[in-house]
Design a protein around this ligand. Structure first.
Ligand code: LGS
Length: 452
């Protein structure tokens, strides 16, 4: 018998994107502005002054993009809906034209045999809701459930896999604690409130889904294993804090119904006591958890705000263009930790990928094919898929893999400077060119991972 990897039957091979990163035309057809439209137009917030006004022009090119997905053999496509296209004021009036855009997209995916995975919130909060306090307002749990319900009613059945939030950790850490992401706040007092309201909103949306929907709903978190730099007591304690902050802050309340105690230690007086009923709202039975994995960190005690931890650069490590260490074993470790801590919940890898120094434009090879050669990305993907396979062998119930990303796109405040796509986008002409990694991934899908 060959020891070539065999992925479970039904394992879903796909790729992921998010609305604000690819769509462009943020105000088309009656959409309201989102906090990202506003943030990107605030001088100094975006690298090179980039904005999502055009992005990959997917709002106009969605049909061709789906065709390309089919040509590459994708079985699933994870995308997000822009809340303010559906509800321009965030609540109340539904904008039918916005809904139609996603309805057409879903139909086109299904007609091409591609399963949609729909994320309700991938960071583009309606600006109108930010004006009412955004994630700091407790009412947002109801606002989010209202928004979710509009989509559940319109699309459930055609969409069978739903995600409430993408990476609540990044929303609070980037948006409310350190300010590098919209809405750009920096407050130790706000971060816990935003975090908690994100989880209440998640719970409220799942509850609404159980009344309207008949399929699967889950939460997507970004998590990464934390390894101690040394075995000193200080470094071990630093790992405990970093691990609680990033890996347990959202999964613990969602799946176990409480927060890890380290959060109180980290936030001190800024960490409030929450009403008991909040915990019941947050802990809703989930059908799956989505894990986004990019890197690990080797952690030490250090003076930093507010965690008092630092990351130790590995002299022999390999790093991506964004400066993140390539560490596939970390994904296996993480998946085993997940199973041990939270039990046998189905898992999807909802993002994994890397930005590398791709050539800025495609070239033409001897056979006349347009090519973008990205051997480092191919190597990254191959090693991470093997790491996932190892976790499957060890008994973790992993149901699918969504490569980040289908297209090169707007990497948030880093603008267009970092390319994560399996498909190259020429931002001048909007021409798409599958990179070598896309051709390779196509073959992996065709052979169901036997040819990794
Ligand atoms: O484009 C985003 C990708 C790219 O890298 C996507 O929208 C997000 O959902 C997701 O956060 N993404 C992402 N995350 C990598 C985070 C790694 C942080 C490592 C920090 C080490 C110092």
């Amino acid at each position: 018998m060959s020891d070539a990897p065999v992925f479970p039957q039904g394992f879903l091979w796909g790729a992921a994107t998010a609305a604000h990163q690819i769509e462009g035309s943020p105000l088309a057809d009656g959409a309201g502005p989102s906090i990202w439209t506003r943030f990107a137009h605030t001088p100094g917030m975006m690298l090179n002054g980039d904005t999502g006004d055009v992005a990959c022009d997917h709002y106009n090119r969605w049909k061709d993009d789906v065709k390309l997905m089919r040509e590459l053999g994708l079985q699933a496509y994870r995308f997000s809906v822009s809340w303010s296209r559906i509800l321009p004021e965030g609540t109340g009036r539904v904008n039918q034209k916005g809904l139609d855009f996603y309805s057409r997209l879903v139909d086109e995916l299904l007609a091409n045999g591609i399963e949609p995975l729909l994320t309700l919130y991938h960071w583009d909060l309606p600006a109108a809701l930010d004006d009412r306090g955004g994630w700091l307002n407790r009412d947002i749990a109801d606002w989010f459930a209202e928004y979710g319900s509009v989509l559940f009613r319109a699309l459930d059945g055609r969409v069978k896999k739903w995600v409430t939030l993408n990476e609540p950790w990044v929303v609070t850490d980037g948006g409310y604690l350190h300010g590098a992401l919209a809405p750009g706040h920096r407050s130790r007092f706000e971060a816990p409130i935003a975090s908690h309201n994100l989880m209440r909103a998640h719970g409220a949306a799942v509850k609404a889904y159980r009344e309207i929907g008949k399929h699967e709903i889950g939460l997507v978190v970004n998590i990464e294993p934390k390894y101690p730099a040394t075995d000193s007591a200080e470094d071990q304690a630093a790992v405990r804090r970093a691990h609680a902050y990033m890996n347990e802050q959202y999964l613990h309340p969602a799946l176990l119904g409480h927060y890890p105690p380290e959060l109180k230690e980290i936030f001190g007086e800024a960490w409030p006591e929450w009403p008991a009923e909040d915990y019941a709202l947050i802990k809703q039975p989930l059908d799956f958890v989505g894990i986004n994995y990019y890197t690990r960190s080797v952690t030490k005690a250090a003076t930093s705000y507010p965690l008092n931890t630092g990351v130790v650069k590995q002299p022999l490590g390999t790093y991506t263009e964004t400066g993140w260490e390539v560490f596939p074993q970390g994904l296996t470790d993480l998946l085993l930790w997940f199973k041990q801590t939270y039990g046998d919940l189905p898992v999807y890898i909802t993002e994994n990928g890397a930005a590398f120094f791709d050539p800025p434009t495609a070239d033409v090879d001897a056979a006349g094919n347009r090519r973008v050669r990205d051997p480092l990305r191919m190597d990254y993907l191959r090693k991470h898929l093997s790491a996932i396979h190892d976790a499957i062998q060890a008994g973790v119930d992993i149901r699918g893999y969504m490569l980040w990303s289908f297209l090169d796109n707007l990497e948030w405040s880093l603008g267009y400077s970092k390319r994560f796509g399996m498909v190259h986008v020429n931002y001048g002409t909007q021409e798409r060119t599958p990179k070598d990694s896309a051709r390779w991934y196509s073959e992996v899908i065709r052979t169901h991972g036997r040819k990794l």
